[in-house]
Design a protein around this ligand. Sequence first.
Ligand SMILES: [Zn+2]
Length: 71
Amino acid sequence: MPMYEFGCPNCGVLTTELCRMGENGEMMTCLECGHEGLLKHISGFSSLGASGGSGGRSCLPGCRGNCTGCH
Ligand SMILES: [Zn+2]
């Protein structure tokens, strides 16, 4: 199964999930803030946002999107 990263548009936390082909994040809920409807990213394509800071890399558990002490 392919792995996808789902990014929360509300708090920016990325979640990596195994899922079926074609599945998107519309039915997923953010583990951090509970926002419904995540945005799918292709796993391994970690250059999203390049040097923009937040959003390009997975956050540690407990990160609320501000990434303080995270990365
Ligand atoms: Zn969130």
